[in-house]
Design a protein. Sequence first.
Length: 176
Amino acid sequence: MFQPDLFAPDPSVEVLDLPALLERLAEVSERPRYTFMVLNLIARAAGSSNSAGPYVRDAGKRVPVRDWLCDALLPLAHRDGRRKAIIAQVRADLEARDAMPEGKEAAELAIVEELRERLRRSGRCSVSRAVSDLVRAGFVRRHYQGFRVDHHNRGARREAVYTITSEAKRALGQGA
């Protein structure tokens, strides 16, 4: 004979569902939609291990997790109205440095590469802010891993590792 109330869920513990997750993100983040996209991508990259990073396999290459997240979110930058202004600035900077290659196709390729690099730099900052919001919300833990040992501080060729909490993973419908 067993006592059924020992196995009943604790009513004081709130089970986080997707609407509650979104509500908490809205409270913590200035950009909850973007932050939610970052959380979803981290969960997908983590898979069953719950951790994404320091590298993610992408087309057979190892890519740092923040760069992978930036590249995954890059299509959002195509909709940005400032894109034309950024392209004009890149063109002017390349011409000022006398780094513009000869030929229209080569010049366009150089502009696209420089633009991609600038968007990635900017995207890394955006991803870091979103992950900081996720850490504040309690959905992700972050640490750095790399050159010699795991460490809580970045630098010295260390890359970020993001661990999604089981609470957030359940709310996203990916099990515990």
